[in-house]
Design a protein around this ligand. Structure first.
Ligand SMILES: C[S@@+](CC[C@H](N)C(=O)[O-])C[C@H]1O[C@@H](n2cnc3c(N)ncnc32)[C@H](O)[C@@H]1O
Length: 405
């Protein structure tokens, strides 16, 4: 492993030689494979039966519910993500520590409140799909800046039958323009990828402090945007899968310092370590907003500038939220809605009541959320699950809908 990385860890975390040896050893040990069962699609009991049939041995992790270590005694030529059960959306292959931020947000409990939740950097959707299970009655906005990475996010949302998520394509820094819109925000931040050292030392070859500093600045801008779009009295979870303090403690401390009167850390940072938790390294912090930042900012502007500048700045800052966004996705006509409802009622075993349908070009989507208010503010690239294609003047059910038979 790259020596300056190891030197950094030893110095920054004050590890003894013995602990350093344990750390290095743990870093090159293969991690146990873990999966999270998707209860949107299958009960834990039925999944256990399926696993038994496939010769998969499941062991409870004792950390979070619905998460298991998996040992396979079947055809290993087929990768786990390529098995029928994965395609059908029965589970998500997810490293244990990487799944910790949604668990910390929810306290590992299903909450039926109707929140509006932002997952600011969502692709490929591991944590989005988790959030949807913890908050089944909330609207979750899964944002991803990189459209290339949409395909994994869309695939996971569709196969796992995640009806309460809409996708957007903003730079996360945009959300400061929608102040106090969300009840909860998850910022699983883009980071310097130190974690891939598990897969290959190559990532550490390119690890350099200049790069880390510039990522850390981006993370600070993203967390700034996150706390602005968070409602007062609600919580933000910040996480990274990287070890260095510049991308973790430094970012959190800088934002707490910037908005001293408005933010509180609860209760402390959480770090996973390969030689302690036998997982990836991972960092999670939870921040509560106790006072509006918008009001503070307005006051600061008033005291700094002339009245003219104040008006201009306020106009620029809030202009985007004041006009309704024009959407690509349209509500499905009532004639087509009736056709679909009847078809679903006749052929599938799920409740069609209170579902809403949207159409984009030749694709039809289903959600169980009322997203009309949010549609005025955010431009959407996907709403719920893609259930239908409109081909040669006929409706053709998608594979995702078919998987429910
Ligand atoms: C750590 S990954 C997210 C993993 C995801 N939360 C999951 O659990 O599957 C970080 C993501 O942030 C995205 N990203 C990078 N810069 C961004 C920005 N400025 N705004 C929003 N997302 C960004 C990357 O494209 C990447 O998909």
């Amino acid at each position: 492993m790259k020596q300056d990385f190891l030197n950094y860890i030893k110095k920054e975390f004050d590890f003894s030689d013995e602990e350093m040896t344990q750390f290095e050893k743990a870093c090159i040990m293969p991690l146990k494979k873990s999966i999270r069962v998707n209860t949107n699609k299958i009960s834990i009991e039925d999944f256990k039966k399926t696993a038994l049939k496939n010769n998969w041995q499941l062991t409870e992790t004792s950390l979070w519910s619905n998460t298991f270590y998996i040992d396979r005694f079947d055809d290993l030529d087929t990768a786990l993500w390529n098995t029928q059960e994965h395609q059908k959306g029965y589970f998500y292959v997810q490293e244990l520590a990487a799944s910790s931020s949604p668990y910390y947000m929810s306290g590992d409990k299903v909450d039926h409140s109707q929140y509006v939740i932002l997952d600011m950097s969502a692709s490929p959707g591991g944590k989005t799909t988790q959030l949807s299970e913890y908050y089944p009655d909330s609207i979750i906005v899964a944002n991803e800046i990189n459209k290339e990475r949409f395909k994994w996010l869309f695939f996971n949302l569709d196969r796992m039958w995640v009806l309460n998520v809409v996708c957007t394509n903003y730079d996360g820094r945009f959300f400061k323009e929608t102040p106090e819109l969300f009840d909860k925000v998850l910022l699983d931040a883009p980071c310097s990828w130190e974690w891939t050292a598990y897969k290959t030392d190559d990532s550490l070859k390119y690890r350099n402090i200049k790069n880390i500093k510039s990522i850390s600045k981006l993370q600070l801008s993203l967390i700034d945007s996150a706390v602005k779009t968070l409602k007062v009295w609600w919580e933000l979870v910040y996480s990274t899968c990287t070890l260095n303090k510049l991308e973790n403690e430094w970012v959190v401390e800088a934002i707490l310092e910037r908005y001293k009167d408005s933010l509180e850390i609860i209760p402390d940072y959480i770090r996973s370590w390969p030689h302690i938790t036998h997982t990836w390294w991972f960092f999670v912090a939870k921040i509560k907003k106790i006072k509006s930042i918008v009001e503070q900012e307005k006051k600061a502007i008033y005291s700094r500038n002339s009245m003219f500048d104040v008006k201009m700045e306020k106009k620029n800052r809030f202009s985007q939220v004041n006009k309704d966004v024009v959407q690509n996705y349209e509500k499905l006509s009532s004639k087509d809605t009736k056709i679909i409802e009847k078809y679903i009622d006749d052929n599938y075993n799920f409740q069609i009541q209170s579902k809403k349908f949207y159409r984009y070009k030749d694709d039809i989507f289903i959600t169980d959320m009322d997203i009309s208010d949010l549609r005025k503010k955010l431009f959407m690239y996907k709403i719920g699950v893609n259930i239908w294609k409109y081909k040669n003047n006929e409706f053709v059910p998608s594979d995702y809908l078919e998987s429910l038979r």
